[in-house]
Ligand binder design. Sequence first.
Ligand code: SF4
Ligand code: SF4
Length: 386
Amino acid sequence: MLQTRNFVQQYDLLGCIQCGRCSAGCPLSLSSPLNVRRIIYEALVRDQLDVNQRPEIWDCTTCTTCTLRCPKGLDPALMLIGMRRVLTEGGRIKPTVRDALESTFKFGNPWGRGKAKRSEWAEGLDVKNLAEAGFPPKVGGDRGGAQAEILYFVCCTTAYDDRVQAVARDMVKVFDKAGVDFGIMGNEEMCCGSEMRRLGEEGLFEFLVEENLALFQQYGIKQMVTTSPHCYNSFKNEYEGLDVEVQHYTQFLADLIQRGKLAFSGEVNKVVTYHDPCFLGKQNQVYDEPRAILQSVPGLQFVEFDRSRERSLCCEGGGGRMWVEASRPGERLAETRVKDALALGAEVIATACPFCMLTLEDAVKTTGAEGSIEVLDIVELVAQAI
Ligand code: SF4
Ligand code: SF4
């Protein structure tokens, strides 16, 4: 049970005029009973709200469309995370969520994988390790502690997932081609905590913030480029005291291309559409740079989704949803996305987020679209054309 008096105060719910812009804009309303306006209504008229009876709060992807659309400046997405926090702190969570949280605490990643395997993706590549020890052993000719201008923050999913590892390898290829002086943290890199916070584990998030801040300080990190919009958002907006310039890789590459530092020698002769990751687009207004990169790739024909930019559909991979099944089975938004892309005549759905990559690839399989369309990260398309 949730004592709603404090809750109403904490999230300023008395300011809600019940206009319904939040629930009407929620992409999940297409497939889930989640109705954030209704939840606020119930919090306002009841003394207690039984969070145990609201399994649909786990459907929220924390895309923040509701927050962006609220005319009264409320933050319904944050309120839903607050409801999850009550359940998480009480241990009333699904085993998949519990396992992800425990793994992050023990191993620094939510995928239950050992720390010693974190940089296996870089095996055979000559990548500097800015941390002192560990893999890869051949880093700039020594065992670590190398210096570089830029930290490439790889991300747990990119580091461990077989499919997304290819994105990291292509990132190295593109950095090398442009002559970027970069390095990784090797096996010392750990989770940014973005999804842990959104699963309601604020204590674990704070622990990861402390650990990461200490690491960045220890190795004198001044500039960072991330693969994942989730890491980017966390470091940029949620790490108080972080004295590091943070960019998502699409911002970094768009700038390189614009300054003539990354030239193309090949072509990608494909029709490509772009799926905006929520944590890059809606939450950080990075809409133009990914499109600028795609439009600069020779031969590539770019087509735009109708629901794009701030109207974009969510892939349902954010907000911890990688570890939570939807409360009601139905067509997933990623499946809708694949069907929309096919209707556009696209041969490739490009994205720029590890979670989008995995949810969309899965949707290609479940919609039977294999062979008709593929999902590629933007950096993979760039790597094909350099
Ligand atoms: S958009 Fe804002 S004011 Fe309107 S119902 Fe939702 S929370 Fe209330
Ligand atoms: S954050 Fe997104 S998914 Fe969650 S309630 Fe708001 S609009 Fe819906």
